[in-house]
Write a protein that binds this ligand. Structure first.
Ligand code: 16G
Length: 245
């Protein structure tokens, strides 16, 4: 792929396409350091400003990342996540041959406040497990989850059970719960300083806040989860069907 200076397509955009193409073909492999701005300028006889614009666009889009004082590197491709199946984080990772991981932040019991009472449809003051974990993909932090499960569904839930593996598996096997359906929403938000530290991203990075309310086969709500997913590592995808007349 070459750059055509007489084209109506801006030069920075053409350079973007060239770099994207090289990433796609594997010429620029994941983790590889990109040639310097000067090298691109010389290769194509274009200005540094133009090179900078192409690269910063690709950084914004998550294809490249910068390491201060070192250079610009090729990022791992984003994880593409469907939005039609009710799956656990562990299942999502195993389905794409990625190693799921957990960093337990805290497991404690709390009394439901008014907000959680309404969501979980429980009596005032009902005891809830509050489970906070960082979820990892091939050892890289991907999401922070805070999950609320009314204690009566499974009083024995312990930190050991969820510090390394799947909550859904514990609920299925130990609490004999049938995980049936969920309503899930996605909102755009910015990572706070604590979240940024846990996810190893810059504060105020764009992240996605997912909320899930999950029911068992009897229609009882057994989970309310709030998860923060890295915007630079995830794409959520869903299939849409037109109304048929
Ligand atoms: C997902 C769910 C979360 C659930 C967790 C169980 C979203 C937004 N959240 O992360 O509600 O608690 O999976 O995963 O998808 P686990 O069984 O691997 O612990």
């Amino acid at each position: 792929m070459n750059i055509d200076k007489s084209s109506v397509v801006p030069i920075y955009y053409q350079l973007k396409m060239v770099i994207q193409e090289r990433i796609k073909s594997g010429q620029y492999a994941v983790g590889m350091c990109l040639p310097s701005e000067r090298e691109f300028c010389e290769e194509y006889g274009i200005s540094r400003m133009t090179v900078r614009q192409a690269i910063s666009d690709l950084v914004k889009e998550g294809l490249l990342y910068r390491e201060r004082g070192k250079g610009t590197y090729v990022a791992s491709p984003k994880i593409e996540q469907g939005l039609t199946k009710l799956t656990s984080f562990t299942e999502d990772m195993l389905n794409r041959n990625v190693k799921p991981g957990v960093r337990l932040v805290e497991l404690k019991q709390i009394k439901a406040d008014e907000h959680l009472e309404k969501i979980l449809q429980v009596e005032p003051g009902t005891l809830l497990h509050e489970l906070s974990r960082v979820r990892l993909a091939d050892d890289e932090p991907m999401a922070i989850e805070r999950v609320y499960v009314p204690v009566h569904f499974y009083p024995a839930l312990s930190a050991e059970q969820v510090a390394h593996g799947s909550l859904y598996e514990v609920l299925r096997k130990e609490a004999h719960l049938t995980i049936h359906e969920a309503v899930q929403s996605i909102e755009a938000t910015l990572a706070g300083p604590h979240e940024a530290e846990l996810l190893n991203i810059k504060p105020k990075s764009a992240v996605m806040l997912m909320k899930r309310i999950t029911q068992n086969a009897n229609g009882e709500i057994f989970e309310y989860a709030e998860s923060i997913y890295r915007g630079d590592r995830y794409i959520f995808k869903t299939k849409l069907y037109a109304n048929t007349p």
